[in-house]
Write a protein that binds this ligand. Structure first.
Ligand SMILES: NC(=O)c1ccc[n+]([C@@H]2O[C@H](COP(=O)([O-])OP(=O)(O)OC[C@H]3O[C@@H](n4cnc5c(N)ncnc54)[C@H](OP(=O)(O)O)[C@@H]3O)[C@@H](O)[C@H]2O)c1
Length: 317
């Protein structure tokens, strides 16, 4: 198939674009050509580059036409954040492509009632990002069921890979937390450390997109969680990190109001976003219908990423 990836050079695209080439597809990457993938791969030499700014094209109302000119059979949209963006594409691509895959997020779930949460759970998103992504999911599923638009939605967890800082054991992106745990220094954890985070290796997200493309009849009209097999509690995560360095985690548990004073306002905001959702998602549906088999558990994925941070001297241990 000719597969056009919108935003195929970022966290997910670094793994997805080469995987699509390896699966035998002709691949077109649409991006502004401002950034390069996190790691090199020989498959990139076979990827067609379509340089365009989505925001500018959408404002001009020409984004859909631009995509159609590339004659894709399938489109994978990794950079859709508003209902209006989704609507423009659906209206332009209706009847013209055989598969449309949208990258969602597990944050379409807000508060959960039963865990691990399943795709059919009632959506109770909160926060601007989650609310917008949920509206896009609802719109695409309706377009699929009512108008036969061939949409599939994949909802990744917290993305992990070689080249960027993974979500840390206090639920934000301060890399110093890994250093403190490695050195056996005291780390304050919000509340009792029982809240969950649910990571996924970006290569497993890439795997899920390739499998969804190859399982059209099971994938169309459906959304799937794409996460590691099991979520981590902050407590378990902190202990795992310390153990990689032969240290014992020295954890101090602090109630939220006290804990948030110990970090910057931005870090507190990011941590709150993660612990308020306490994500813990099921992958049973993706396993059953798509044959999704994550290569990485949460700690394996994060371990690889933290070792890369050390290699790249982002942190020193
Ligand atoms: N980060 C997470 O932990 C997480 C978790 C769950 C779900 N998600 C979802 O993952 C998706 C994002 O994937 P990602 O993290 O792989 O993306 P990313 O790393 O932010 O990469 C963005 C890609 O889009 C391109 N791009 C950015 N702005 C553009 C524009 N105006 N026009 C054209 N291309 C543009 C970038 O290349 P250029 O800069 O060269 O244009 C790059 O290829 C989103 O749908 C998000 O909701 C993320």
């Amino acid at each position: 198939m000719r597969v056009l990836v919108i935003g195929g050079t970022g966290h997910i695209g670094t793994y997805l674009t080469p995987r699509l080439v390896e699966a035998g597809h002709s691949v077109i990457n649409l991006s502004r050509s401002q950034r390069s993938p996190y790691s090199s791969h020989p498959a990139w030499s076979k990827v067609e580059q379509l340089t365009a700014d989505r925001t500018a094209e959408e404002q001009a109302g020409s984004f859909g036409t631009l995509i159609l000119k590339a004659r894709p059979d399938a489109v994978i949209d990794l950079t859709c954040y508003t209902l209006e963006s989704a609507r423009q594409l659906v209206e332009a691509l209706q009847g013209k492509i055989s598969h449309f895959l949208h990258c969602g997020t597990i944050w379409v779930h807000g508060v959960s009632s039963e865990v691990p949460i399943t795709e059919d759970a009632k959506r109770e998103p909160f926060g601007d990002y989650g609310i917008r992504k949920e509206a896009i999911e609802r719109y695409l599923l309706t377009a699929a069921r009512r108008d036969r638009f061939p949409a599939t939605i994949l909802h990744p967890g917290h993305l992990v890979g070689r080249g960027w800082v993974p979500l840390n054991p206090v639920g934000n992106f301060n890399p110093a937390v890994f250093v403190d745990l490695a050195k056996g220094r005291e780390v304050a954890i919000p509340n009792l450390g029982r809240e969950c985070v649910h990571h996924v290796h970006a290569d497993d997200v890439a795997q899920a997109f390739v499998r969804a493309l190859g399982n059209w009849s099971a994938a169309v009209g459906e959304s799937f969680h794409v996460v590691s097999p099991r979520a981590l509690t902050l407590y378990g995560y902190a202990n795992a990190v310390a153990s990689w360095f032969g240290a014992e985690a020295k954890l101090r548990f602090a109630p939220w109001e006290e804990w948030k004073q110990s970090v910057t306002e931005k870090e507190a905001q990011v941590t709150w976003g993660h612990i308020a959702r306490s994500s813990n998602c099921s992958i049973y549906k993706a396993q059953r219908l798509l044959g999704y088999q994550p290569r990485y558990g949460s700690t394996e994925a994060i371990h690889e990423s933290v070792m890369a941070l050390i290699e790249n001297k982002v942190i020193e241990i």
